[in-house]
Ligand binder design. Structure first.
Ligand code: GLN
Length: 274
């Protein structure tokens, strides 16, 4: 039998300090303070076995968020499974921009390609008067989104299985937000890190990564109210292409916003008035 401190030291040498501690907190259902306070305690055999298995899976590349089933986004611990993209910190920018532009007294938001629901559920939880429709083409992803809506008591959400706008009829929204697939099919990043384990359908969009953004921009005017906004996350080098697509579709006040790394990460515009 080994102590918690000894087991941690060994795991740390394989997968690094932060991840070694995160996985042990997960196995023991405890917080960091408890881990520190109980360093001299022995780790029970079943816990040691479960922990060893997780460390091995992490060492083989599986993302920590899939191993723990959770990832924090905008201050909330979202449920995450391999059916959904793992929420990224840069996507919080999209939430912030959406919250800034929402009408004071409520409004309707459409989250296209909602995945875990991290964008739409966060907006719904932050603004209880807003109604949010979460759309995804994957039924498995929508199960996760539904679970997160329930977890954060976001009763002001509706979940809908749809290929982008296909199942929305003539519904119009004040704001459309999307973190669609935007990686080019041949991008080497797909063969590295967490991306190897994430759903291909949530990452890859044609040979130039813009296939889905084209469809989202083209369909948006028919689903926005006058004065409504479309905002879309995109790749580090796609802001100019997105601006061109938005202008081509008649959007005004086209903007690009930078993430914390200084990268133009979200582009958007105001609905065409014609
Ligand atoms: N930002 C992700 C990445 O490249 C891609 C997410 C997406 O395609 N929407 O790591």
């Amino acid at each position: 039998m080994s102590t918690i401190a000894a087991v941690l030291a060994e795991a740390q040498s394989i997968i690094g300090r932060l991840e070694a501690r995160a996985l042990l907190r997960h196995v023991l259902h405890c917080d960091e303070a408890r881990l520190i306070a109980h360093g001299d305690d022995d780790l029970a055999a079943p816990h040691a076995a479960a922990y060893g298995a997780l460390v091995a899976r992490r060492a083989a590349g599986e993302p920590v968020a899939y191993l723990t089933g959770s990832r924090e986004f905008y201050g909330r611990a979202f449920v995450v499974t391999p059916a959904v993209l793992i929420p990224r910190p840069e996507t919080e920018l999209l939430v912030e921009l959406a919250l800034q532009r929402l009408p004071e007294n409520g409004g309707c938001v459409l989250d296209l390609g909602a995945g875990s629901g991290c964008i739409g559920v966060t907006i719904a939880a932050e603004r209880p008067q807003v109604r949010v429709t979460l759309v995804d083409a994957s039924a498995d992803a929508l199960d996760v989104a539904r679970e997160n809506a329930h977890r954060f008591a976001a009763t002001n959400t509706t979940v809908l299985c749809s290929d982008w706008y296909a199942a929305l009829g003539d519904a119009r929204y004040d704001l459309i937000v999307a973190n669609p697939p935007y990686v080019a099919a041949g991008d080497v990043h797909l063969t590295r890190g967490d991306l190897r384990f994430e759903p291909h359908s949530a990452l890859v969009a044609g040979v130039d990564g813009l296939a889905d953004i084209r469809r989202i921009v083209a369909g948006a005017p028919e689903h926005l109210v006058p004065g409504g906004w479309l905002m879309c996350e995109h790749g580090h080098d796609q802001a100019d292409a997105c601006a061109a697509l938005l202008r081509q579709a008649g959007f005004g006040e086209v903007f690009a916003a930078r993430d914390l790394a200084g990268i133009r990460r979200v582009s958007g515009g105001g609905a065409p008035t014609r």
